[in-house]
Design a protein around this ligand. Structure first.
Ligand code: PLP
Length: 230
């Protein structure tokens, strides 16, 4: 592992190569640096190296790091499971919530944002591979769920997110990423108000190149930037 700046350069080059291979432009792909278990000084190094999007799993950690990095021009992404009782702390402090996975959670977000006249940008988390250990809706439930979300005027549904299974060969995940992209196409075709399939959040350290080849435009990378988590 080199320094954080070097790691970012390597990741960006790998994204660019995967994009080229798929006939895509790398500028359309947002690199989100995932900062779980990473101290503020190291996150600062990533920001100094040009990172503008940061992803956190836990609300508490996100708020602390946001404070530690106050004044930096960055967008925070909540990428982990969001409990309803944490919504009040975080709903207006993040640029995008990647993990909307239930109607009760949607209701709670609406309850905070609607009276304030604010919008909340969300992605729907999909458990494409149907793993028991993972959050997210099964593929078949997503179109109906998104239809229900149109009843929440403060939610802007901007795409889909998935966490792929951990496998040795990322090539095995190609059908998973492809399925998410197809699902986004099926939902776009419904032309629902307040719903736009602008973002596909898929791809992590072990599998981001395959995800980019299959249409990802938001990759969430921790280990390849900051090193293995302790
Ligand atoms: C930890 C995490 C990542 C980043 O994982 P790496 O393998 O370290 O790149 C991405 N997305 C989610 C939801 C995560 O929890």
């Amino acid at each position: 592992m080199g320094g954080i700046r070097d790691n970012i350069t390597v990741v960006q080059e790998r994204i660019a190569r995967a994009a080229r291979k798929a006939g895509r432009r790398s500028e359309e792909i947002t690199l989100i640096a995932v900062t779980k278990n990473v101290p503020v000084e190291k996150i600062k190094e990533a920001v100094d190296a040009g990172i503008r999007d940061l992803g956190e799993n836990r609300v508490q950690e996100l708020l602390q790091k946001q404070e530690g990095l106050a004044g930096e021009d960055v967008t925070w992404h909540l990428i982990g499971h969001l409990q309803r009782n944490k919504v009040k702390y975080v709903w207006n402090r993040v640029g995008l919530i990647h993990s909307l996975d239930s109607l009760p959670l949607a209701r709670e977000l609406e309850k905070r944002a609607a009276p304030a006249g604010e919008k909340i940008k969300v992605l729907v988390e999909v458990n494409v591979a149907g793993e028991n250990s993972k959050f997210g809706l099964p593929v078949e439930a997503v179109p109906g769920f998104v239809r229900e979300l149109t009843g929440f005027s403060s939610l802007e549904v901007l795409g889909l997110m998935t966490v792929a299974p951990l496998v040795d060969d990322p090539e095995e995940l190609r059908p998973v990423f492809r399925r998410l992209r197809e699902l986004a196409g099926e939902i776009e075709a419904l032309a629902l108000p307040g719903v736009e399939m602008r973002y596909l959040s898929m791809g992590m350290t072990n599998d981001f190149e395959v995800a980019v080849e299959e249409g990802s435009n938001m990759v969430r990378i921790g280990t390849a930037i900051f090193g293995p988590r302790r």
